[in-house]
Ligand binder design. Structure first.
Ligand SMILES: Nc1nc2c(c(=O)[nH]1)N[C@@H](CN(C=O)c1ccc(C(=O)N[C@@H](CCC(=O)O)C(=O)O)cc1)CN2
Ligand SMILES: [Mg+2]
Length: 284
């Protein structure tokens, strides 16, 4: 078997073609969505992701606002930048690029984001809405995973899913999304304390690897025909490495590779969240 590739780049482009006319319709009502990014420090990966977010915005007609801040910024100064964005009508949505430098309290920063402008769905109010099943912005990577599976018609209803990694940006929130009645999957949230990871993966129809552990998921662990999504990002000898080992494509039925799978979907869902928030604001 050779897996069908879940092509995140092509799917992102398709989503952008769907979003562009919606942005044009907002423009006719005199509304231009504006996405701001808050980037602290010099991490080259974070700089690259933020650059991509602005280039994506330009493609669909969303305005860009950038705040680049020094790595040693104080909590108070960073919070003041967020207060400015909360008050700026040109900024209809914004994100704080993660991770933040260690001296900063990331939880308090996310709490400072006006929930109406939370483009990442990571502010506590948005996470609470997700838990309660209320409408609101959803975290971009989990949303991108669900959207990618949906567009490739990978069945979720009743599927057994192994999610590896319990972080807020991917694993924990993906578990919440996949167990909604609309998705109806059965999720096992695996982590470093999981006793027999191979057994959990082997009985799963869908495997989402988001541990940041290079080559963690090997071909012998995968049920033939399963869908495997590689979300892990690590550096090995200066090169990007995912969580899925070579050879899995020979066993899996579907594979979201890394790069080219879930990463572009994360960006597509960010822009989609920005457009949806602007549409909600226009309807008020
Ligand atoms: N505030 C946030 N911080 C972080 C998030 C997030 O959703 N919100 N997620 C990740 C980083 N991330 C977005 O910020 C992100 C990661 C990867 C990609 C992507 O398109 N990757 C490409 C490869 C790009 C490359 O060439 O390096 C791919 O996988 O094909 C986009 C966004 C952590 N921080
Ligand atoms: Mg900290």
């Amino acid at each position: 078997m050779t897996a069908t590739i879940l092509d995140g780049r092509a799917t992102k482009d398709a989503i952008f073609s769907e979003l562009a006319p919606r942005v044009a319709a907002l423009a006719e009502q005199g509304i231009t969505p504006g996405l701001a990014t808050v980037l602290v420090g010099d991490d080259p990966g974070s700089h690259a992701y933020v650059r991509m977010k602005h280039s994506d915005s330009a493609k669909v007609g969303v305005n860009s606002i950038r705040r680049e801040l020094p790595a040693d910024i104080s909590q108070a100064k960073l919070e003041a930048v967020l207060d400015e964005l909360n008050a700026d009508p040109a900024c209809t949505g914004y994100i704080v690029q993660l991770p933040l430098p260690k001296q900063l309290d990331a939880g308090a920063i996310l709490e400072r984001i006006d929930p109406e402008k939370d483009a990442d769905g990571l502010a506590p109010v948005s996470l609470g809405r997700l838990v309660l099943g209320k409408p609101g912005p959803l975290p971009c990577t989990p949303l991108g995973i669900v959207e990618l599976l949906r567009r490739y018609e990978v069945p979720l209803d009743g599927a057994r899913v192994a999610v590896i990694g319990r972080g807020i940006t991917v694993g924990r929130t993906l578990g919440l999304l996949l167990t909604r009645r609309t998705e109806n999957a059965t999720v096992t949230l695996c982590h470093t304390g999981t006793r027999d990871l191979a057994a959990e993966v082997r009985r799963s129809d869908i495997v989402v690897a988001a541990a940041g552990s290079p080559g963690l998921v090997t071909p012998d662990m995968v049920k033939p025909g399963a869908a495997v999504l590689d979300v892990g990002v690590s550096r090995v000898d200066g090169k990007l490495a995912g969580d899925v080992a070579p050879g899995v494509e020979e066993v899996a039925g579907h594979l979201a590779p890394n790069p080219g799978g879930v990463g572009p979907m994360t960006r597509a869902m960010l822009i989609s969240n920005v457009v949806e928030a602007a549409e909600r604001a226009a309807a008020r």
